[in-house]
Design a protein around this ligand. Structure first.
Ligand code: NAP
Length: 251
């Protein structure tokens, strides 16, 4: 069977996989939610926007004759990942998740684990502090409940409307970031605490290393729970999985 992949993307890993499958001449479509205004050029055809829940994705799999799905979304894109499990099971389409192992604390880290965004907001109760809030623009509203803090916000796109937080400074940059730059940034803004999702991978790790170096506490938001699924951590493993799931890669 000649494979026709659907890659659920929005991560550097998805882009790396798209490059790997394009290099092998494998048919693939890369799907974005459409949250970022200027997605980077990609080596395979791209579609943008939600599918309409698990049912919409299931219909897409059938109408587009998708043979395999790779969920390479961000570890916090839980709804999309749940929908992928449901839709692939419903249509009998093999699914693999290309995902990064979570970060684990190293000597010198001062992490306080919180289960979700609400937990991070609750943990910020108390006197005003200078907070680096690296959670993405979708979740900024939740932090209105702790308006006493100064928030340093790093966003991929310029915000369409001013962030709802009374004291903030916005930096627009999509990374990847270096530890030295993040260290300088934290010192420049006299940051006292960092709020981060446990994204894993290298692209967003610099701020965690910088916080360690500066002895700063980190509110580490743990990953959402996901249904059981087959997981791998490199594009090469995805290609192996494809080869072992009946796909004719023509190589
Ligand atoms: P989410 O909460 O799991 O998804 C919400 C809805 O957005 C999904 O039900 C789906 O809509 C649509 N969607 C999400 N990812 C999609 C994709 N790759 N292709 C098509 N539709 C998609 O996701 P999220 O946390 O908002 O993340 C959205 C995108 O940003 C993902 O592609 C993710 O990889 C990327 N991203 C997320 C984070 C993060 O911290 N969450 C960080 C970096 C990048 P329908 O139900 O209508 O299909």
């Amino acid at each position: 069977m000649r494979p026709n992949l659907l890659i659920l993307g929005g991560t550097t890993e998805a882009t790396a996989l798209a490059q790997a499958v394009a290099a092998q001449g494998i048919d693939a479509t890369l799907s974005f939610a459409g949250r970022v205004e200027r997605p980077r050029p990609q080596p395979v055809p791209v579609r943008i926007g939600g599918f309409g829940g698990a049912d919409g994705l299931a219909s897409f799999l059938t109408s587009q004759r998708i043979t395999h799905v790779v969920d390479a979304t961000h570890p916090f894109a839980a709804q999309m990942s749940r929908n992928a499990v449901t839709a692939c099971a419903a249509r009998g389409v093999p699914l693999v998740a290309l995902t990064r192992p979570p970060w684990t604390p190293q000597p010198g880290d001062r992490w306080r684990h919180v289960p979700d965004i609400a937990g991070a907001v609750a943990a910020l109760a108390g006197p005003p502090r200078r907070v680096m809030l690296a959670v993405g623009r979708m979740h900024l509203d939740a932090f209105v409940a702790q308006p006493q803090h100064f928030y340093l916000l790093r966003l991929v796109d310029p915000p369409a409307s001013p962030p709802p937080l009374p004291h903030h400074h916005v930096i627009v940059s999509r990374g990847p970031f270096t530890e030295a730059d993040d260290c300088a940034l934290m010192q420049q803004h006299r940051i006292e605490i960092v709020v981060s999702k446990n994204a894993g991978g290298t692209g967003a790790r610099a701020k965690i290393a910088a916080a360690r170096g500066l002895g700063l506490p980190v509110l580490m938001i743990d990953r959402p729970a996901l249904p059981a699924r087959h997981e791998v951590s490199t594009p090469a493993e995805v290609l192996d999985w494809l080869a072992h799931s009946g796909a004719d890669l023509g190589v």
